[in-house]
Design a binder for this molecule. Structure first.
Ligand SMILES: *[C@@H]1O[C@H](CO)[C@@H](O)[C@H](O)[C@H]1NC(C)=O
Ligand SMILES: *[C@@H]1O[C@H](CO)[C@@H](O)[C@H](O)[C@H]1NC(C)=O
Ligand SMILES: *[C@@H]1O[C@H](CO)[C@@H](O)[C@H](O)[C@H]1NC(C)=O
Ligand SMILES: *[C@@H]1O[C@H](CO)[C@@H](O)[C@H](O)[C@H]1NC(C)=O
Ligand SMILES: *[C@@H]1O[C@H](CO)[C@@H](O)[C@H](O)[C@H]1NC(C)=O
Ligand SMILES: *[C@@H]1O[C@H](CO)[C@@H](O)[C@H](O)[C@H]1NC(C)=O
Ligand SMILES: *[C@@H]1O[C@H](CO)[C@@H](O)[C@H](O)[C@H]1NC(C)=O
Ligand SMILES: *[C@@H]1O[C@H](CO)[C@@H](O)[C@H](O)[C@H]1NC(C)=O
Ligand SMILES: *[C@@H]1O[C@H](CO)[C@@H](O)[C@H](O)[C@H]1NC(C)=O
Ligand SMILES: *[C@@H]1O[C@H](CO)[C@@H](O)[C@H](O)[C@H]1NC(C)=O
Length: 827
């Protein structure tokens, strides 16, 4: 299931092509080839019908030890193989050449073969793929495929008539032989026998999914020996992993006639996990003469079968009911005919220096799937194998260190970041890319992201924002603000900046981004800045933005600012700044649509979350609202600010904001509305439920005269419309004042609703608990009782304020979590 970097896949390819096919063919000629070398170097075969000519022998040959190779299992022989093949390549047009690998354990990286060439491994020679720790898991030893969903269906080219023999596989997290998951051209007539698997996840596994279409049928497996397996039998009908959303979920694969016989397995956790597709039963499954020994602690359920049907005979332990025991099935079928490929003659030449006159025995081929990158291919960009990109992973990837990054906390990495992302940006339309920041302290100035891109910070990586202002480009003011928030002129680009992007992910194993804010706060307080301070993360004019699993410390100003963007997820952030630091807002969605903000923990000097949409005449003109926002499971500490502020910049409008499971401690107010004449637009359809507050100045606070204008050009007659503001199920302890609700004269805030609110006052609390002006609405079950402008119309009865029951589109979007992440290179 795990993807490979393509580099490695190609390496494996070479092993498969050069060795597996070799083994396959040699095995098909076993018992037929028995020859001895004549003086002329030709072979005379004793078998009456087959004769082998010298043409199958290569004229030139060499032994790999002549090129310095050592078969001790430790010495890396890549160079020896390469120089040997290089040396032999000059004989390509002069009778060809043969490279002999004597008995031994030959560790090697990838090497390329040439034409007119034989690689001959002595039966006691084992090639070991060189190992290095980029990727912790392997994948299927053999995977038979035929295209992916709608593309494979359209291309319609099956894989069929395949023989696999004498395979030995070790792959702890994958299958010995996988059929699929890409099988949309169809897979049929596959014969596997004499298969050995050790410490492997499963035997011959079927992987498919609705959307794949086509079929997997006429599969025959016999004589399989397994040890230390998770599953012996595994079929997966919901493998998913689709190329794009355009597959047809009604294209159901047909899985039938899958036959297994004569199998022995030891130390197995679960004999069978067989999951067909609902309404599309996997049928014609047959198992006979199968003996499975269980591991010391097997799974509780030995067979888990759904939507499958078939028959069994002499299978131990007893299979599930869907695989009915049938006395008549003495053995499952295995075809007796031969496939055309079996008639192809193997270019067999008995090694001139290691002569045999006995049957050639197949070298035990250990396909030990380990790692081998960088030996042949580019150092900078590694590529995931096509068609195997798991959810959330990008096809291309690189490390910051590939671009000269130095993680010593002192060297500036601004150039490295910019170069890395500029280089990776070329893969935007080819599966996208990921930049991995390895463990270390990475000092950097501002850099820009690209589309179809993931910035991934290792859990032990710390990004440190540079204090060198020359490393921060200057951007013009935001069009909906008209000026910078700190100063009229431009603004420093944020540390991590992106504009006009689609599909960008910023994440890490809760790694830290340190803004070194003290430098900027000091200059701001001393009014030494004529530009607006940078934010930590700002993404503009973008779609599909995900920011999760990070710790943000000491931002110079706002922490996370998605602006003019859609489909934004901000999740699992820990945001910390001193509670007296200026404008260190946590998360500020600004003129954004479809936003999900979940599971964040914020301690800051300003609003933990501030929902915004532009400022006075600039925001009105720009006219881009923030709407359809879900905020859940927020924990906030901000003694001088709001848990969630709506505004004060709201001149593009704010609508359909839903907040629930909100906790605040030692915070000035709960969900606060801030606006002023001149702002125009609206704040409406706001829903808050399940809020737990402790040590608060105000529980509810609405401010109609917030002031703060960009310039004198605002129109004081542009009055905001505030309506439909709903709060329910609120508990607050240690409160100074319950509600301070001030609308605007001649512009009442309407449709204000409070229900099921329980407030416990602090020892030192305001005498007047509710101070209401220019508002209109109702309350139910509010204690202390709300002001007269919010009457309880049915006292004693609980009338809940509304909260939407539908989902937002963003609720169904999954985080792009990629679990396959190579370890950084060793230095
Ligand atoms: C059996 O399998 C477990 C893993 O499931 C492994 O740790 C153990 O070494 C195996 N035992 C033997 C005897 O191979
Ligand atoms: C059952 O399978 C085992 C293992 O492959 C084999 O040795 C044995 O001969 C088989 N028994 C029959 C009756 O075919
Ligand atoms: C059995 O398989 C079904 C379908 O895959 C799965 O939902 C269920 O959790 C499995 N049960 C056990 C006990 O593993
Ligand atoms: C991002 O990937 C999608 C889907 O593969 C593609 O359609 C789009 O063109 C890519 N965007 C860019 C900017 O390369
Ligand atoms: C980042 O993008 C902005 C806007 O396109 C541009 O002004 C700025 O120069 C870019 N920064 C870098 C380092 O290229
Ligand atoms: C980004 O998108 C906005 C809005 O579509 C557009 O006005 C602007 O020109 C684009 N900027 C760039 C650098 O493409
Ligand atoms: C976040 O990081 C933690 C720690 O590395 C990890 O366990 C968790 O799975 C990550 N969550 C996501 C959504 O990536
Ligand atoms: C992330 O790191 C912060 C600070 O180091 C820590 O307080 C928080 O618990 C961590 N979160 C997760 C999910 O590990
Ligand atoms: C009132 O709110 C509390 C939480 O503050 C909740 O536990 C309780 O179930 C709510 N009561 C009703 C009737 O909804
Ligand atoms: C109540 O609010 C009004 C309008 O904001 C203010 O002028 C007044 O001083 C407040 N009264 C108290 C007692 O806080």
């Amino acid at each position: 299931m795990s993807p490979y970097f393509q580099v490695k896949t190609r390496v494996l390819y070479k092993y498969y092509v050069a060795l597996l096919i070799w083994v396959l063919l040699i095995s098909s000629t076993t018992n037929r080839v028995e020859g001895r070398r004549t003086e002329e170097g030709s072979l005379v075969n004793r078998h009456p019908t087959v004769s082998y000519k010298a043409v199958n022998c290569r004229k030139h040959s060499a032994v790999v030890t002549e090129f310095g190779a050592k078969g001790d299992g430790k010495t890396l022989n890549t160079k020896a193989f390469k120089s040997a093949i290089n040396h032999l390549s000059k004989f390509a047009l002069d009778g060809g050449a043969q490279l002999i690998v004597p008995p031994g354990r030959w560790l090697t990286g990838s090497f390329s073969l040439i034409s007119h060439f034989t690689l001959f491994l002595h039966k006691d020679a084992v090639l070991l793929a060189s190992q290095n720790n980029y990727i912790v898991s392997g994948d299927d030893c053999i995977a038979i495929k035929s295209g992916w969903d709608e593309y494979g269906i359209r291309f319609n080219m099956p894989t069929q008539h395949v023989i696999i023999r004498h395979l030995t596989c070790i792959s702890p997290t994958s299958a010995t032989i996988a059929l699929g998951s890409e099988m949309s051209g169809g897979i049929r007539n596959i014969r596997a026998e004499h298969i050995t698997a050790i410490d492997t996840e499963s035997g011959v596994r079927i992987k498919s999914s609705p959307g794949r279409g086509a079929y997997v049928k006429d599969i025959f497996v016999r004589k399989m020996t397994m040890k230390t397996m998770k599953y012996v039998f595994w079929m997966t009908g919901y493998y998913q992993s689709d190329p794009d959303p355009y597959f047809n979920p009604h294209a159901l694969p047909i899985i039938e006639d899958i036959n297994y016989m004569d199998m022995v397995a030891e130390n197995v956790s679960m004999p069978g996990y067989l999951e067909g597709i609902k309404g599309d039963v996997f049928k014609g499954i047959c198992m006979s003469n199968v003996t499975i020994g269980l591991a010391r602690q097997p799974m509780e359920m030995l067979w888990n079968c759904t939507n499958v049907e078939g028959v069994t005979n002499r299978v131990k332990p007893q299979p599930c009911g869907l695989l009915r025991e049938d006395e008549n099935v003495v053995e499952c079928p295995f075809p007796k005919d031969r496939l055309p490929i079996e008639e192809v003659e193997f270019k067999n030449c008995l090694a001139p220096l290691v002569a045999y006159n006995k049957v050639v025995i197949i070298a035990l081929l250990s396909v030990i799937i380990l790692q081998n990158i960088n030996l042949v291919y580019s150092r900078t960009v590694r590529v995931l194998d096509d068609g195997m990109i798991p959810k959330g992973c990008r096809k291309h990837g690189a490390f910051l260190t590939d671009f000269g990054g130095v993680g010593d906390g002192k060297t500036s990495n601004t150039k490295a970041f910019r170069a890395a992302i500029a280089s990776l940006s070329q893969y935007g339309s080819d599966g996208g890319s990921e930049l991995i920041v390895p463990p270390g302290k990475w000092l950097t100035g501002s850099f820009n992201l690209t589309s179809n891109f993931t910035l991934y910070l290792d859990k032990n990586a710390v990004l440190i924002a540079s204090k060198d202002e020359s490393e921060w480009p200057v951007l013009p003011p935001l069009p909906s603000y008209g000026r910078g928030r700190d100063a009229p002129a431009g603004r420093f680009a944020s540390l991590i900046f992106g504009t006009n992007l689609t599909d960008v992910v910023i994440t890490g194993g809760n790694a830290t981004i340190d803004g070194q804010g003290a430098y900027w706060w000091g200059k701001f307080k001393k009014k030494e800045l004529d530009l607006t301070r940078p934010y930590l993360i700002e993404i503009m004019f973008s779609d599909q933005v995900q920011i999760f699993n990070l710790t943000l410390l000491n931002s110079p100003s706002w922490n996370v600012h998605p602006v003019y963007s859609s489909n934004v997820i901000v999740q699992g952030l820990t945001i910390i700044a001193p509670v007296d630091s200026p404008n260190t807002d946590g998360i500020n969605p600004d003129s954004c649509t479809n936003v999900r903000i979940e599971d964040n923990y914020i301690v800051s000097g300003d609003d933990c979350i501030a929902v915004k949409s532009g400022w006075d005449e600039y925001g009105i003109k720009f006219g881009m609202p923030t709407q359809h926002v879900n905020i859940r499971r927020l924990t906030c500490i901000s003694p001088d600010s709001a848990t969630i502020a709506l505004g004060s910049e709201m001149s593009g409008g704010i609508q359909d904001i839903r907040a629930e499971q909100i906790t605040a401690i030692n915070t000035e107010s709960g969900v606060r509305i801030k606006t002023a004449p001149g702002r125009g637009a609206y704040v409406k359809d706001i829903f808050v439920q399940d809020m737990t507050l402790k040590t608060m100045k105000y529980v509810f606070w609405m401010t109609g005269d917030y002031g703060s204008h960009p310039d004198p050009g605002f129109d004081p007659k542009s009055l905001p419309v505030i309506s439909g503001i709903n709060y329910r199920d609120v508990t607050a302890d240690d409160v100074q004042m319950s509600g301070n609700l001030a609308g605007i004269e001649n512009d009442k805030f309407t449709g204000i609703c409070f229900s099921n609110v329980t407030i416990t006052l602090a020892e030192k609390h305001q005498k007047v608990q509710w101070n209401c002006s220019n508002i209109e609405g109702s309350s139910s079950g509010v204690n202390p009782q709300a002001c007269d402008l919010l009457p309880d119309k049915q006292p004693g009865k609980s009338v809940p304020c509304p909260f939407p029951t539908d989902k937002l589109a963003i609720d169904d979007v999954e985080l792009k979590v990629c679990s396959i992440r190579p370890k950084p290179p060793r230095n």
